[in-house]
Design a protein around this ligand. Structure first.
Ligand SMILES: [Zn+2]
Length: 430
């Protein structure tokens, strides 16, 4: 049976602006969007009235979803110690196909319940992540991490690069899985591998997803080694394009921002992770001013510790206003684009937008809870006052995955049992 949805006379955010209108779907596609005053469809509505808000499924542009297993396992440490002394040893012990399926799917459930319908992942055993994503019903932009040494999946960098091309070929018409190139960073991935991955990104027209300029230490070490800054060097190497996802980008100067803007680079800004790890505050307001496409993302649960994009977007807005001493920077409507259409731009045509003919990736919220009402400005209500508890339902490719705080697609009790078994082992190993 094909699902048909009909939202009649509701508040709509289409990824660009808010308006009152009606939207219909048929199967996995949005068929019609009309503004109030135009003639709506006949039939029984799925939801109606001003207390219903529909928005595009949100896009979490940078995460490591399987690291949900390590949520809260290492706190209050600098990035270098956090990574080298705590995370790497735990990963050496625990990364497995099973971990990526179980902890990954647990993280995907958290994202769906927070209104995310697509995420860009960078980790290992990404085919397990893909299978778990299809099962639970979320779109995954998977990227098998490329580092200079053999990865926990047992593959060498060259093997991982070949595997990336294989994934790109295999999933080329897949409505759920979107392969990406995923070199870890300029400091863990040699230039020869970056160049090989850039070729694949170009050939298959898939994103090139990498951590950039995350800490001052990294930026200084890079400059000492290469005699220049990261984005300047990447520009010289021809690595930058509108397929480039630069996670973090905290330590970038004005010249780099202009380079990023001129190539159409998308920044995945992760304020919680950067603040928690003491990495700093990315100059997001300045990036936006210079025309850089900025998305807000959560990073992995080990450094955040949650995967909800609205909480992250709210933090991004407040931190930029506070540090700029200027409440007019990053207005709510602009920040909401950073978790919908801005990240959507680098992933594909209708990600993060509600458009006729586009994917039926829809989040329905209630605007009448104690936390939200009264509503004068729906953008501010969504960004500053809503919580995941206000999400009434989520559809991905027209498939209903969430209803009133419940995942409909997998047995969450059984999944939690499997997660408990793994987290018990982590607890014993700490
Ligand atoms: Zn990351």
């Amino acid at each position: 049976m094909t699902t048909k949805l009909y939202f009649k006379d509701v508040t709509i955010f289409d990824g660009a602006e808010f308006f009152r209108g009606s939207l219909t779907t048929d199967g996995d596609r949005i068929t019609r969007i009309v503004r109030n005053g135009e003639i709506p469809e006949a039939g029984v509505p799925t939801a109606s009235g001003e207390a219903a808000l529909i928005i595009p499924g949100m896009v979490n542009l940078h995460t490591h979803v399987s690291m949900t297993l390590f949520k809260g396992v290492a706190e209050d440490l600098p990035l270098k110690d956090w990574l080298e002394k705590r995370i790497f040893p735990l990963e050496a012990k625990f990364i497995s196909r099973e971990m990526c399926r179980i902890a990954g799917q647990w993280g995907m459930a958290e994202m769906l319940l927070s209104g995310v319908t697509a995420f860009a992942d960078m980790y290992f055993f990404e085919e397990e992540v893909a299978a778990a994503a299809k099962e639970i019903g979320i779109k995954a932009a998977i990227g098998e991490g490329v580092i200079n040494f053999p990865a926990p999946n047992g593959m060498s960098p060259d093997e991982t690069i070949a595997f990336t091309a294989h994934l790109a070929e295999k999933h080329k018409d897949d409505p759920w899985i979107f392969p990406c190139c995923a070199p870890h960073s300029p400091y863990l991935t040699d230039e020869k591998y970056l160049l090989a991955l850039a070729e694949i990104s170009k050939k298959y027209s898939i994103p090139f997803h990498i951590h950039m300029a995350e800490t001052r230490h990294e930026q200084e070490a890079y400059r000492k080694q290469r005699g220049t800054r990261e984005f300047v060097r990447f520009d010289e190497l021809g690595l930058l394009s509108d397929r480039f996802i630069a996670a973090h980008s905290v330590w970038v100067d004005e010249r780099e921002m202009d380079i990023m803007a001129s190539h159409g680079v998308t920044v995945a800004h992760c304020p919680s992770s950067n603040l928690k790890l003491g990495s700093g505050i990315a100059p997001v307001a300045a990036m936006v001013k210079r025309g850089v496409n900025v998305a807000v993302a959560t990073d992995g649960s080990a450094s955040n510790n949650n995967l909800g994009p609205l909480k992250e977007a709210e933090l991004a807005a407040k931190v930029q206003k506070g540090t700029a001493h200027d409440p007019t920077v990053l207005p709510a409507g602009e920040v909401l684009k950073m978790v919908t259409s801005n990240p959507g731009r680098v992933l594909g045509r209708s990600f993060g937008r509600l458009v006729e003919g586009g994917s039926a990736d829809i989040v329905q919220l209630r605007l009448d809870s104690c936390g939200i009402a009264p509503v004068y400005d729906p953008a501010a209500a969504l960004l500053y006052a809503s919580s995941p508890a206000d999400i009434a339902a989520v559809w991905v490719n027209g498939r209903k995955t969430v209803n009133n705080g419940k995942i409909l697609t997998v047995d969450m009790t059984a999944l939690k049992k499997e997660l408990d078994r793994m987290s018990d082992a982590v607890r014993r190993a700490r």
